[in-house]
Design a protein around this ligand. Structure first.
Ligand SMILES: [Zn+2]
Length: 372
Protein backbone atom coordinates (compact mmCIF):
# COMPACT_ATOMS: atom_id res chain seq x y z
CA UNK A 1 0.00 0.00 0.00
CA UNK A 2 1.48 3.32 -1.05
CA UNK A 3 0.86 6.53 0.88
CA UNK A 4 0.47 8.74 -2.19
CA UNK A 5 0.22 8.05 -5.89
CA UNK A 6 0.70 10.85 -8.41
CA UNK A 7 -0.82 9.60 -11.66
CA UNK A 8 -1.02 10.83 -15.26
CA UNK A 9 1.89 13.22 -14.73
CA UNK A 10 4.39 14.69 -17.10
CA UNK A 11 7.46 13.70 -15.10
CA UNK A 12 10.83 15.46 -15.14
CA UNK A 13 13.34 13.20 -13.42
CA UNK A 14 16.21 15.68 -13.20
CA UNK A 15 17.34 14.98 -16.77
CA UNK A 16 14.43 14.45 -19.12
CA UNK A 17 10.64 14.39 -19.46
CA UNK A 18 8.40 11.35 -19.75
CA UNK A 19 4.78 10.43 -18.93
CA UNK A 20 3.81 8.26 -16.04
CA UNK A 21 3.05 7.85 -12.37
CA UNK A 22 5.05 8.12 -9.17
CA UNK A 23 4.29 6.47 -5.84
CA UNK A 24 5.44 7.53 -2.36
CA UNK A 25 5.73 5.37 0.73
CA UNK A 26 7.17 6.18 4.17
CA UNK A 27 8.65 9.47 2.96
CA UNK A 28 10.50 7.90 0.02
CA UNK A 29 9.88 7.55 -3.69
CA UNK A 30 8.68 3.93 -3.92
CA UNK A 31 7.91 3.48 -7.62
CA UNK A 32 8.22 5.41 -10.87
CA UNK A 33 6.77 4.47 -14.20
CA UNK A 34 3.64 3.54 -16.00
CA UNK A 35 1.50 1.91 -14.97
CA UNK A 36 2.03 2.16 -11.22
CA UNK A 37 -0.19 0.14 -8.87
CA UNK A 38 -3.39 1.90 -7.88
CA UNK A 39 -3.44 0.79 -4.25
CA UNK A 40 -2.57 4.06 -2.55
CA UNK A 41 -4.11 5.85 0.44
CA UNK A 42 -4.12 9.08 -1.55
CA UNK A 43 -4.29 9.40 -5.34
CA UNK A 44 -3.47 12.74 -6.93
CA UNK A 45 -4.36 13.11 -10.59
CA UNK A 46 -1.69 15.19 -12.32
CA UNK A 47 -3.26 15.21 -15.77
CA UNK A 48 -1.92 18.24 -17.62
CA UNK A 49 0.64 18.96 -14.89
CA UNK A 50 4.39 18.53 -14.54
CA UNK A 51 5.91 16.67 -11.58
CA UNK A 52 9.55 17.47 -10.80
CA UNK A 53 12.00 16.80 -8.00
CA UNK A 54 11.62 19.46 -5.30
CA UNK A 55 13.48 22.47 -6.67
CA UNK A 56 16.85 23.43 -5.21
CA UNK A 57 17.64 27.14 -5.00
CA UNK A 58 21.41 27.62 -5.37
CA UNK A 59 21.26 31.21 -4.12
CA UNK A 60 18.81 32.29 -1.45
CA UNK A 61 19.01 34.40 1.73
CA UNK A 62 17.37 32.75 4.73
CA UNK A 63 20.02 32.22 7.45
CA UNK A 64 18.15 34.47 9.86
CA UNK A 65 21.12 36.57 10.97
CA UNK A 66 21.34 39.02 8.09
CA UNK A 67 19.24 42.14 7.53
CA UNK A 68 18.14 40.79 4.14
CA UNK A 69 17.07 37.27 5.14
CA UNK A 70 13.68 35.88 4.14
CA UNK A 71 11.67 33.25 6.01
CA UNK A 72 12.67 29.97 4.31
CA UNK A 73 9.19 28.46 4.57
CA UNK A 74 7.63 31.48 2.90
CA UNK A 75 10.36 31.81 0.27
CA UNK A 76 10.39 28.13 -0.68
CA UNK A 77 7.41 25.91 0.07
CA UNK A 78 4.75 27.80 -1.97
CA UNK A 79 7.14 27.67 -4.94
CA UNK A 80 8.03 23.98 -5.08
CA UNK A 81 11.44 24.60 -3.50
CA UNK A 82 12.49 21.93 -0.98
CA UNK A 83 16.20 22.76 -0.56
CA UNK A 84 18.30 25.88 -0.76
CA UNK A 85 21.74 27.33 -0.21
CA UNK A 86 22.14 30.46 1.89
CA UNK A 87 24.52 32.70 -0.03
CA UNK A 88 26.71 34.06 2.74
CA UNK A 89 24.39 35.79 5.17
CA UNK A 90 26.45 34.53 8.09
CA UNK A 91 30.12 35.10 8.82
CA UNK A 92 32.24 33.37 11.43
CA UNK A 93 30.86 35.63 14.15
CA UNK A 94 27.20 34.92 13.35
CA UNK A 95 27.07 31.39 11.88
CA UNK A 96 26.31 29.65 15.14
CA UNK A 97 23.76 32.31 16.08
CA UNK A 98 21.85 31.39 12.92
CA UNK A 99 21.51 27.84 14.22
CA UNK A 100 23.48 26.23 11.44
CA UNK A 101 22.33 22.74 12.47
CA UNK A 102 18.77 23.83 13.24
CA UNK A 103 16.03 21.85 11.51
CA UNK A 104 14.63 23.91 8.66
CA UNK A 105 11.44 23.39 6.64
CA UNK A 106 13.76 22.82 3.66
CA UNK A 107 17.10 21.09 3.14
CA UNK A 108 19.66 23.79 3.96
CA UNK A 109 23.34 24.45 3.32
CA UNK A 110 25.32 27.62 3.89
CA UNK A 111 28.08 29.64 2.33
CA UNK A 112 30.16 31.24 5.07
CA UNK A 113 30.92 34.90 4.43
CA UNK A 114 34.65 35.69 4.65
CA UNK A 115 33.65 38.80 6.63
CA UNK A 116 33.02 38.11 10.31
CA UNK A 117 29.61 39.74 10.52
CA UNK A 118 28.34 38.46 7.17
CA UNK A 119 25.52 40.63 5.83
CA UNK A 120 24.26 41.68 9.27
CA UNK A 121 24.88 45.37 8.55
CA UNK A 122 24.05 45.39 4.86
CA UNK A 123 21.18 47.89 4.98
CA UNK A 124 23.34 50.36 6.91
CA UNK A 125 26.76 49.86 5.27
CA UNK A 126 28.59 47.26 3.16
CA UNK A 127 30.60 44.52 4.87
CA UNK A 128 34.35 44.99 5.24
CA UNK A 129 36.10 42.73 2.70
CA UNK A 130 39.65 43.68 3.78
CA UNK A 131 41.51 40.34 4.10
CA UNK A 132 43.45 41.75 7.08
CA UNK A 133 40.17 41.61 9.05
CA UNK A 134 39.34 37.95 8.31
CA UNK A 135 39.49 35.54 11.23
CA UNK A 136 40.99 32.64 9.29
CA UNK A 137 41.59 30.33 12.27
CA UNK A 138 38.00 30.66 13.37
CA UNK A 139 36.74 30.15 9.79
CA UNK A 140 38.81 26.95 9.56
CA UNK A 141 37.39 25.76 12.89
CA UNK A 142 33.83 26.21 11.63
CA UNK A 143 34.55 24.24 8.44
CA UNK A 144 35.86 21.42 10.65
CA UNK A 145 32.85 21.64 12.93
CA UNK A 146 30.14 21.80 10.23
CA UNK A 147 31.43 19.91 7.19
CA UNK A 148 27.94 18.91 6.05
CA UNK A 149 26.24 22.27 6.51
CA UNK A 150 28.93 24.50 5.02
CA UNK A 151 29.39 24.38 1.25
CA UNK A 152 31.88 27.19 0.62
CA UNK A 153 33.05 30.73 1.25
CA UNK A 154 31.28 33.83 -0.03
CA UNK A 155 32.56 37.28 -0.94
CA UNK A 156 30.88 40.26 -2.59
CA UNK A 157 32.81 42.17 -5.23
CA UNK A 158 30.53 45.09 -5.99
CA UNK A 159 32.23 48.48 -6.30
CA UNK A 160 30.72 49.44 -2.92
CA UNK A 161 32.87 46.71 -1.32
CA UNK A 162 36.14 46.42 -3.21
CA UNK A 163 38.30 48.75 -5.32
CA UNK A 164 40.65 46.02 -6.58
CA UNK A 165 40.75 42.24 -6.96
CA UNK A 166 43.00 41.51 -3.97
CA UNK A 167 40.10 40.40 -1.70
CA UNK A 168 38.89 37.83 -4.23
CA UNK A 169 42.43 36.54 -4.80
CA UNK A 170 42.83 36.13 -1.03
CA UNK A 171 39.41 34.49 -0.74
CA UNK A 172 40.39 31.96 -3.42
CA UNK A 173 43.59 31.21 -1.47
CA UNK A 174 41.59 30.75 1.74
CA UNK A 175 39.00 28.52 0.02
CA UNK A 176 41.77 26.29 -1.38
CA UNK A 177 43.39 25.98 2.06
CA UNK A 178 40.00 24.75 3.35
CA UNK A 179 39.44 22.45 0.34
CA UNK A 180 36.20 24.26 -0.40
CA UNK A 181 34.73 26.46 -3.12
CA UNK A 182 34.25 30.23 -3.32
CA UNK A 183 31.08 32.00 -4.44
CA UNK A 184 31.71 35.51 -5.74
CA UNK A 185 29.03 38.15 -6.11
CA UNK A 186 29.96 39.99 -9.31
CA UNK A 187 27.54 42.87 -9.82
CA UNK A 188 28.70 46.32 -10.89
CA UNK A 189 32.30 45.63 -9.80
CA UNK A 190 34.98 48.32 -9.91
CA UNK A 191 37.05 46.25 -12.32
CA UNK A 192 36.19 44.23 -15.47
CA UNK A 193 34.29 41.06 -14.53
CA UNK A 194 36.84 39.13 -16.60
CA UNK A 195 39.57 40.10 -14.10
CA UNK A 196 37.55 38.44 -11.34
CA UNK A 197 36.75 35.38 -13.50
CA UNK A 198 40.49 35.03 -14.19
CA UNK A 199 41.13 34.36 -10.49
CA UNK A 200 38.54 31.59 -10.06
CA UNK A 201 39.11 27.86 -10.39
CA UNK A 202 37.20 24.62 -10.82
CA UNK A 203 34.05 24.50 -8.67
CA UNK A 204 34.08 28.18 -7.75
CA UNK A 205 30.83 30.03 -8.44
CA UNK A 206 30.42 33.33 -10.26
CA UNK A 207 26.99 34.73 -9.45
CA UNK A 208 24.86 37.54 -10.94
CA UNK A 209 26.14 36.36 -14.33
CA UNK A 210 23.60 38.35 -16.38
CA UNK A 211 23.58 41.59 -14.41
CA UNK A 212 23.56 44.71 -16.55
CA UNK A 213 25.12 47.52 -14.48
CA UNK A 214 28.65 48.69 -15.26
CA UNK A 215 31.24 45.95 -15.73
CA UNK A 216 29.72 42.62 -16.69
CA UNK A 217 30.40 39.44 -18.64
CA UNK A 218 29.98 41.22 -21.99
CA UNK A 219 32.71 43.27 -23.64
CA UNK A 220 31.88 46.66 -25.19
CA UNK A 221 31.11 44.96 -28.51
CA UNK A 222 28.43 42.79 -26.82
CA UNK A 223 30.34 39.50 -26.94
CA UNK A 224 31.08 37.35 -23.89
CA UNK A 225 34.48 38.24 -22.39
CA UNK A 226 36.92 35.44 -23.39
CA UNK A 227 38.19 35.40 -19.78
CA UNK A 228 34.68 34.44 -18.67
CA UNK A 229 34.53 31.67 -21.29
CA UNK A 230 37.96 30.40 -20.24
CA UNK A 231 36.79 30.34 -16.62
CA UNK A 232 33.89 28.08 -17.61
CA UNK A 233 36.31 25.82 -19.48
CA UNK A 234 38.35 25.54 -16.24
CA UNK A 235 35.22 24.39 -14.38
CA UNK A 236 34.04 27.69 -12.87
CA UNK A 237 30.25 27.57 -12.41
CA UNK A 238 27.88 30.40 -13.36
CA UNK A 239 24.77 31.18 -11.30
CA UNK A 240 21.88 33.48 -12.23
CA UNK A 241 21.45 35.22 -8.83
CA UNK A 242 18.53 37.17 -10.23
CA UNK A 243 17.02 39.29 -7.40
CA UNK A 244 15.56 41.41 -10.22
CA UNK A 245 18.33 44.00 -9.78
CA UNK A 246 20.96 41.53 -11.03
CA UNK A 247 19.30 40.36 -14.24
CA UNK A 248 19.13 42.20 -17.58
CA UNK A 249 17.30 40.50 -20.45
CA UNK A 250 19.63 42.18 -22.97
CA UNK A 251 22.70 40.59 -21.32
CA UNK A 252 21.05 37.18 -21.15
CA UNK A 253 20.01 37.31 -24.83
CA UNK A 254 23.54 38.18 -25.93
CA UNK A 255 25.12 35.48 -23.79
CA UNK A 256 22.48 32.90 -24.75
CA UNK A 257 23.15 33.73 -28.40
CA UNK A 258 26.67 32.44 -27.79
CA UNK A 259 25.36 29.42 -25.88
CA UNK A 260 26.43 30.87 -22.52
CA UNK A 261 23.67 29.51 -20.26
CA UNK A 262 23.78 29.25 -16.45
CA UNK A 263 24.83 26.18 -14.47
CA UNK A 264 22.48 27.07 -11.62
CA UNK A 265 19.36 29.25 -11.57
CA UNK A 266 19.69 30.79 -8.09
CA UNK A 267 16.91 33.28 -7.35
CA UNK A 268 18.76 35.50 -4.85
CA UNK A 269 15.46 36.08 -3.09
CA UNK A 270 15.70 38.25 0.03
CA UNK A 271 13.03 39.54 2.39
CA UNK A 272 12.46 42.46 0.05
CA UNK A 273 12.39 40.24 -3.03
CA UNK A 274 9.87 37.91 -1.50
CA UNK A 275 6.79 39.55 -2.95
CA UNK A 276 8.36 42.15 -5.23
CA UNK A 277 7.62 42.02 -8.92
CA UNK A 278 10.17 40.44 -11.18
CA UNK A 279 12.04 37.75 -9.26
CA UNK A 280 10.18 36.61 -6.22
CA UNK A 281 10.85 32.89 -6.50
CA UNK A 282 12.83 30.19 -8.27
CA UNK A 283 9.94 29.20 -10.59
CA UNK A 284 9.75 32.84 -11.74
CA UNK A 285 13.48 32.78 -12.55
CA UNK A 286 13.12 29.49 -14.45
CA UNK A 287 10.11 30.86 -16.32
CA UNK A 288 12.13 33.89 -17.43
CA UNK A 289 15.00 31.72 -18.61
CA UNK A 290 12.70 29.54 -20.73
CA UNK A 291 10.78 32.55 -22.05
CA UNK A 292 14.14 34.01 -23.12
CA UNK A 293 15.04 30.87 -25.06
CA UNK A 294 16.73 28.46 -22.67
CA UNK A 295 15.76 24.84 -23.21
CA UNK A 296 13.10 23.82 -20.66
CA UNK A 297 14.90 20.66 -19.48
CA UNK A 298 18.20 22.54 -19.22
CA UNK A 299 16.54 25.25 -17.10
CA UNK A 300 14.97 22.65 -14.81
CA UNK A 301 18.30 20.82 -14.47
CA UNK A 302 19.77 24.13 -13.22
CA UNK A 303 17.29 23.98 -10.34
CA UNK A 304 17.32 20.23 -9.61
CA UNK A 305 20.03 17.72 -10.54
CA UNK A 306 22.78 20.27 -11.14
CA UNK A 307 22.64 22.09 -7.76
CA UNK A 308 22.15 18.69 -6.06
CA UNK A 309 25.42 17.38 -7.44
CA UNK A 310 27.29 20.65 -6.88
CA UNK A 311 26.24 21.10 -3.25
CA UNK A 312 25.71 17.48 -2.21
CA UNK A 313 21.95 17.56 -1.63
CA UNK A 314 20.36 14.11 -1.72
CA UNK A 315 17.44 15.27 -3.92
CA UNK A 316 17.35 16.81 -7.36
CA UNK A 317 16.37 13.59 -9.14
CA UNK A 318 13.37 11.27 -9.16
CA UNK A 319 14.87 7.99 -7.99
CA UNK A 320 13.31 5.02 -6.22
CA UNK A 321 14.54 5.08 -2.63
CA UNK A 322 15.23 8.84 -2.57
CA UNK A 323 13.44 11.20 -0.19
CA UNK A 324 10.04 12.15 -1.63
CA UNK A 325 10.85 15.84 -2.16
CA UNK A 326 8.55 16.75 -5.05
CA UNK A 327 6.87 19.66 -6.79
CA UNK A 328 3.91 19.84 -9.15
CA UNK A 329 3.50 22.70 -11.61
CA UNK A 330 1.08 23.83 -14.27
CA UNK A 331 2.95 25.18 -17.28
CA UNK A 332 1.11 28.26 -18.48
CA UNK A 333 1.65 30.56 -21.42
CA UNK A 334 0.30 33.96 -22.29
CA UNK A 335 -0.21 34.85 -18.63
CA UNK A 336 1.39 38.05 -17.36
CA UNK A 337 4.81 39.49 -18.12
CA UNK A 338 8.33 39.75 -16.75
CA UNK A 339 10.44 42.84 -16.14
CA UNK A 340 14.18 43.20 -15.66
CA UNK A 341 16.60 45.56 -13.94
CA UNK A 342 16.69 47.84 -16.98
CA UNK A 343 12.91 48.21 -17.03
CA UNK A 344 12.36 46.02 -20.08
CA UNK A 345 9.07 44.12 -20.05
CA UNK A 346 8.41 40.91 -21.99
CA UNK A 347 5.31 38.70 -22.19
CA UNK A 348 5.54 35.45 -20.19
CA UNK A 349 5.52 32.81 -22.92
CA UNK A 350 6.26 30.16 -20.31
CA UNK A 351 5.20 30.27 -16.70
CA UNK A 352 5.75 27.56 -14.08
CA UNK A 353 2.76 27.93 -11.79
CA UNK A 354 3.18 25.92 -8.55
CA UNK A 355 0.42 23.55 -7.52
CA UNK A 356 1.85 21.36 -4.78
CA UNK A 357 5.00 20.80 -2.73
CA UNK A 358 5.96 17.60 -0.94
CA UNK A 359 8.85 17.28 1.49
CA UNK A 360 9.92 13.85 2.69
CA UNK A 361 6.54 12.43 1.77
CA UNK A 362 4.45 15.09 3.53
CA UNK A 363 2.31 17.59 1.64
CA UNK A 364 3.71 20.90 2.88
CA UNK A 365 1.91 23.22 0.48
CA UNK A 366 -0.79 23.09 -2.16
CA UNK A 367 -2.54 25.68 -4.28
CA UNK A 368 -6.15 26.51 -3.56
CA UNK A 369 -6.66 26.45 -7.32
CA UNK A 370 -5.97 22.76 -7.39
CA UNK A 371 -7.40 20.26 -4.99
CA UNK A 372 -5.93 17.33 -6.95
ZN1 LIG B 1 22.62 37.10 -2.94
Amino acid sequence: MFDTLFKNARLFDGERFFSGSLAVKAGKIAAIGDPAPENAAQVIDCAGLTLTPGLIDAHLHFAGVSEIDADPALACLPYGVTAAVDAGGAGENTLEACGVLRRRPIGAKYFLNVCSAGFSSLRAYPENVDPARWQEDRIALLFERYPEALCGLKIRMGRECAADTRPVAEAVRLARSLSTRLMVHVSDPAMPAGEIADLLGEGDIFTHTYQGRGNGILLADGTVDPRVREARERGVLFDVGDAHVHFAFSVFRRAAGEGFFPDTAGSDVTDRGLCAPGAFSLPVVLSKLVTLGMDEAAALRAATSRPAEIFGFSGGRLRVGADADLAVFAVLSGVGSFTDSAGERIPANYLLSPRLTMRRGALVWRSVEWMG
